[in-house]
Write a protein that binds this ligand. Sequence first.
Ligand SMILES: [Zn+2]
Length: 83
Amino acid sequence: MTQTVLACTRVEDMPIPNVLSEIELCVECRKRVWVAASSPRKAVRLCLQCAAPLIASTPDVRPMMTTEQAADIAAYYRARKKA
Ligand SMILES: [Zn+2]
């Protein structure tokens, strides 16, 4: 089964979204995340922190994200490697 995952920035990490967004909850950690108003309604909402390991470990999860979010995930991995 292919699941579309929307990787969203947590509200606590970005107080003001850069696109028209609404606040929803990450299905994993229940933190508040920004979801762009134009996002597909069926996609699973995850924060970047929860989405990164899932995307890495589950090949049939197709992340939908902006290039900015992809850069955030890349930075997240770099930070984890250093830790
Ligand atoms: Zn989360």
